[in-house]
Ligand binder design. Structure first.
Ligand code: DX5
Ligand code: ZN
Length: 216
């Protein structure tokens, strides 16, 4: 499967966000991952649809919006209008079938995500509901720069097996949190093909070389 690299702007310099996004596109990234946090579903507050609207003119890359928010249904219209290409909602925060219908009504991609402590089986119905992507959190959501939780590897394998069994073997499986040049091979072998990386990409001296190495 094609490996796609999705740097998270959480680790970028917000005072120069337009340039940061353009720099990501030049580096060969495939998606721009936008970590939206509401201070409720997770303790920190990051940004909302206004940020997505602000970065939209600076890149042609798809904007992959990860909503770590309670009541995501109240925000879908705003993110769609802001130019999101994919919206990922937490199984822990909403009714997936209803949210998928709502997101699809705007003609954009819909994805589901689970936290590290949530059993992988909880995301299986979203695969059957026609998710465009499934995201497995490999850190507790809320902060960049955390250590990768190794138990995610087993969950990735179980999820990829399930996708194959139900005829969706080519489904995009994204992994988010603590990904480094050292552990990326393991997550890809376990079944992930969309790699979110915040700190690893933004702390590197040569972003393009890092993106290339993450792709493997
Ligand atoms: C955590 C976010 C992640 C995070 C990844 O809540 O969803 O996207 O920014 O950052 P790193 O790669 O630094 O772990
Ligand atoms: Zn994320």
């Amino acid at each position: 499967m094609d490996i796609k690299i999705a740097p998270s702007i959480l680790a970028s310099d917000f005072s120069r966000i337009g340039e940061e996004v353009a720099r990501l596109e030049e580096s060969g990234a495939d998606l721009i991952h936008c970590d939206v946090m509401d201070g409720n579903f997770v303790p920190p507050i990051t940004f909302g649809a206004q940020m997505v609207k602000a970065i939209r003119p600076h890149t042609k890359l798809p904007l992959d919006c990860h909503l770590m928010v309670l009541h995501p249904e109240t925000h879908i219209e705003d993110f769609a209008a802001a130019g999101a290409d994919n919206i990922t909602v937490h199984v822990e925060a909403c009714d997936i079938p209803a949210l998928f219908r709502m997101i699809s009504s705007y003609g954009i991609k819909k994805s589901a995500v689970i936290n590290p402590e949530t059993a992988v089986e909880k995301v299986f119905p979203a695969v059957e509901e026609g998710a465009d992507m499934i995201l497995l959190m490999s850190v507790h959501p809320g902060w960049g720069g955390q250590k990768f939780l190794a138990e995610t590897l087993k969950k990735l394998e179980t999820l990829r097996d399930f996708c194959i069994k139900c005829g969706r073997g080519e489904l995009d499986i994204e992994v988010d949190g603590g990904i480094t040049e050292e552990n990326v091979k393991d997550v890809i072998s376990a079944g992930a093909n969309v790699i979110v990386a915040g700190s690893t990409v933004f702390r590197s001296r040569d972003m393009a070389a890092t993106v290339r190495r993450l792709r493997g």
